[in-house]
Design a protein around this ligand. Sequence first.
Ligand SMILES: Nc1ncnc2c1ncn2[C@@H]1O[C@H](COP(=O)(O)OP(=O)(O)OP(=O)(O)O)[C@@H](O)[C@H]1O
Ligand SMILES: [Mg+2]
Length: 220
Amino acid sequence: MNKKSILKMRNVSKCYKDELIFKNVNFELKKGDVISIVGKSGCGKSTMLKCINKLGEINSGEIMFNGVNINEIPLTVLRQKIGIVFQEYNLFDHLTVIENLTLALIKIKKYSLNRSLKLARDVLKKIDLLDKQDKYPDELSGGQKQRVAIARTLLMKPEIILLDEPTSALDKEMKESVLNLIKEMVKEDMTLIIVSHEENFVENVSDKIFKLDKNGLKEL
Ligand SMILES: Nc1ncnc2c1ncn2[C@@H]1O[C@H](COP(=O)(O)OP(=O)(O)OP(=O)(O)O)[C@@H](O)[C@H]1O
Ligand SMILES: [Mg+2]
């Protein structure tokens, strides 16, 4: 079966001031693909994910999402369709777990409080953190925080999820729980771009692995 193309990058280049980070990035992601991007520290992996999510501007080329240039898509729409999870969780420290999970459902998706609470509790049950719903992020372990951060992205049901080194801030045992959650996401046919140094994990879950350097993205 021919899978639908969901994201395309054509001749994309990115500089910070005078410094070229990468050029000639060409790439196509299809619905349900799980692809990983590797490359040495500083080669621009995070920069590339941020460009896809429009947290940064590209200098030339184009990025198309479902056939539309991302510059033509309102930012709030794009960010709902393409979710990003960073290395450092980015939870709101002044909100409880359940408030972190329901905030965007209420404010952006305009769901009722009851519907949002139900969806959030269902996800918490799945990741085995229902008993933490009223805790604040600083009362959670690193692995628990990262699972909540991923759950928050999942609740928005984006079409693509970008994972930027989601386990690199975690020690060995905590990594396990986050990697297992990502494995579940892979099983559910989600479309993922993963940046990770976990070589075994990346090889196990990815349909394709690409290496990024100054001259572009090459399939390994
Ligand atoms: N906002 C910025 N302004 C200027 N330079 C930046 C900015 N963000 C990143 N850089 C530079 O761009 C290059 C790529 O950074 P980036 O964070 O994308 O690398 P990375 O591949 O994700 O590295 P790592 O594996 O260490 O996370 C680095 O040289 C970095 O110093
Ligand atoms: Mg990075």
